[in-house]
Design a protein around this ligand. Structure first.
Ligand SMILES: *Cc1c(COP(=O)(O)O)cnc(C)c1O
Length: 354
């Protein structure tokens, strides 16, 4: 079998989705399944839908188009504010989009009018993480301007925490979002059908929440795909962490001199320094994968070897027991970043194994 390849276990993704959907349902919260890390893979989207997500969200309009063409029937949400240059595509292919700029929504309105369809939007508000979102002081003016735009329907209010600056979602933030929603509804005579409190980093909050206030939606990618809580970085015990495995193979296995040629290897204490002791007397094993294919830092070896370094096309490993020969396979589990970039690489084959 060719490498590098990404082995995908759909049964594990189903298990994770179902577990999260049931858990959140008990608190009256719908799950938007997020597919951005898997380039909107339609097979994975379909598994999420079968396991009960209320809709699918992705940050790229191209991924949404791909899912639609492949017959994904659920409602599709664009979760990154649209690029103005792609506004027409957004109106044509997304059922709903998350927004934080009036100029963008004006453009969406123009194309919604042209194609005589109504485009639904969720307004994103800034609550401290300082990534996307409308400042709370500006939200009233914002809504007034948007309400005047034809063929645009505000259906929800949302926020995104824990992404750029790791400002954690908590009970106070969720209560605040809920009360802002209620006040805006009263002031502007609108209704937020969806109140979307955040992403996988809301996990801690929801597990401990006695009251979820008006939050009725969370947008979940990492918990479903990797079974890990991004806030703590730790695995969630009732979820599977190995739905994805990256497989590559050894392209060179040799013993090499345990020092660098032509490099000053005197350390700061004036002692001659040998490198490579930890490499098992210069045993160097190279795998046929590199930074061009994935985020090497985000890989965790499955087996008795460690990662020593990487360049665009090579990964050097320390294989102390020296059991990996040319042509043999090496396997890894992966972080969200590593998964995202491996999925995006045309050099990495995607292979469904169950
Ligand atoms: C990526 C993203 C999500 C999903 O985040 P996960 O950590 O994968 O659950 C939700 N909302 C927005 C706006 C995002 O960009």
């Amino acid at each position: 079998m060719e490498t590098p390849r990404l082995e995908i276990d759909l049964k594990k993704i189903y298990h994770n989705t179902k577990s999260i959907v049931n858990l959140f349902k008990a608190k009256n919260i719908d799950v938007m399944g997020i597919t951005k890390a898997v380039m909107g893979d339609p097979e994975i989207a379909k598994v999420m839908i079968n396991a009960g997500v209320s809709c699918i969200g992705d940050s790229r309009i191209e991924n949404i188009e791909r899912m639609k063409q492949a017959g994904v029937t659920a409602k599709l949400a664009l979760i990154r504010t649209p690029l103005i240059s792609k506004a027409e595509k957004v109106v044509l292919h997304a059922d709903i989009s998350l927004n934080s700029e009036v100029d963008v929504i004006r453009e969406l309105s123009k194309y919604a009018l042209k194609h005589s369809r109504t485009h639904k939007i969720i307004l994103m508000i800034e609550m401290g993480d300082l990534r996307e979102g409308i400042e709370i002081e500006e939200i009233d003016q914002f809504i007034c301007e948007v309400k005047a735009l034809p063929k645009i329907k505000i259906v929800g209010l949302g926020t995104n925490l824990g992404c750029l600056n790791d400002v954690k979602p908590n009970s106070r933030k969720m209560a605040e979002l809920s009360s802002i929603a209620s006040r805006l509804e009263k002031t502007h005579g609108i209704e937020f059908v969806i109140i979307s409190g955040g992403n996988s980093s809301n996990f801690q909050w929801i597990m401990n929440a006695h009251d979820v206030y008006r939050i009725n939606n969370l947008r979940i990618g990492e918990l479903i795909l990797l079974g890990t809580n991004p806030s703590s970085g730790s695995p969630v015990h009732f979820l599977k962490q190995n739905a994805f495995t990256l497989v590559t193979e050894v392209i060179e296995s040799k013993k090499k001199k345990p020092y660098l040629e032509g490099v000053n290897t005197i350390n700061s204490s004036g002692e001659a320094q040998e490198i490579g002791d930890e490499l098992g007397y210069g045993s160097r094993t190279i795998l046929g994968i590199g930074e061009q294919d994935t985020n090497v830092q985000g890989l965790r070896p499955l087996g008795n070897f460690t990662i020593v370094g990487s360049t665009s096309d090579h990964m050097i490993i320390c294989n102390a027991s020296n059991n990996l020969r040319v042509g043999q396979e090496a396997r890894f589990t992966m972080s969200y970043e590593a998964l995202t970039s491996a999925y995006t690489s045309p050099f990495v084959e995607k292979r469904i194994i169950s």
